[in-house]
Design a protein around this ligand. Structure first.
Ligand code: ATP
Ligand code: ATP
Ligand code: CA
Length: 221
């Protein structure tokens, strides 16, 4: 499926939902913007495919806009936890494939998980963790959580690893880490061969168990 064919809907056009909506629209996707506040709806007319006013907790409203046809729906209602939970529940009952929901606190997060939200985001906590990770390490440039145990990280090659191949650094046998790509200035080498030579300043995109990634990072300190 082409990415343009995916249908997105954003419910709640606050700072979080609003930035998701703008970004999807800018990337050329179809995005339906929903808020019960008409001022928000009007503000998002230029940044969405359609902007609709309505209360997402009302089943009849969700049905009238054909919400079941959307592949990804994000519930970006924060303050009103009851509205967020009810909306999420309705979306899952209507059969929306992937429901993303923003959590306001850990209790809200647990509740969303329990009622079947496919992805729960806690922006302040998630962003705080990312920032702490990059502040704590000079080598670690970025990371993505794949699950609780697995991540993808970007790590800078230092002098110790300069001018050596992936094979003689024994990254896979020693750390059980897969190098997905090597970035060098503006080039990216995807699926590098074991014989690939890396240089100080290159960026490795590495995937593996968090504990193993941590071992690799420690080795680079
Ligand atoms: P921010 O992302 O700015 O931190 P927030 O998480 O604090 O936002 P709110 O400001 O409470 O969340 O809500 C976000 C938006 O969701 C608001 O524009 C609000 O009007 C809208 N909203 C709240 N409840 C509903 C509802 N039941 N139906 C539709 N929109 C709603
Ligand atoms: P969150 O990240 O939870 O969204 P926030 O951005 O809404 O937080 P606040 O809750 O207003 O920010 O403040 C964050 C913390 O900073 C609070 O624990 C507060 O006590 C503390 N704080 C606020 N002002 C000061 C200050 N002048 N000196 C020291 N600490 C402060
Ligand atoms: Ca808020």
């Amino acid at each position: 499926m082409k990415k343009q064919d995916k249908q997105f809907a954003v419910i709640g056009l606050g700072r979080f939902g609003g930035s998701i909506c703008r970004e999807l629209h800018m990337l050329g996707h179809e995005v339906l913007a929903i808020d019960h506040d008409i001022v928000k709806v009007e503000e998002f007319v230029p940044y969405s495919t359609h902007a609709i006013q309505g209360n997402a907790t009302e089943e009849a409203f969700l049905k009238s806009i054909g919400i079941r046809n959307f592949d990804h729906v994000i519930v970006a209602i924060g303050e009103d936890i009851q509205a967020s939970v009810l909306t999420t529940l309705n979306l899952k009952e209507f059969g929306v494939q992937t429901v993303w929901a923003k959590a306001q606190n850990v209790y809200h997060q647990k509740l969303l998980d329990k009622i079947g939200a496919d992805r729960v985001i806690h922006p302040e906590v998630d962003m705080g963790m990312r920032i702490a990770q990059s502040m704590a390490s000079d080598h670690l440039l970025d990371y993505i959580n794949l699950s609780e145990e697995y991540s993808v990280i970007e790590i800078r090659v230092n002098q110790q690893m300069h001018s050596r191949t992936l094979q003689d650094l024994r990254i896979r046998p020693k750390f059980n880490i897969t190098i997905l790509a090597i970035k060098r200035e503006n080039d990216i080498n995807v699926s590098p061969l074991p014989s690939e030579v890396i240089y100080s300043g290159d960026i490795l995109v590495a995937m593996g168990l968090n504990s193993n990634l941590k071992r690799l990072e420690d080795k680079l300190m």
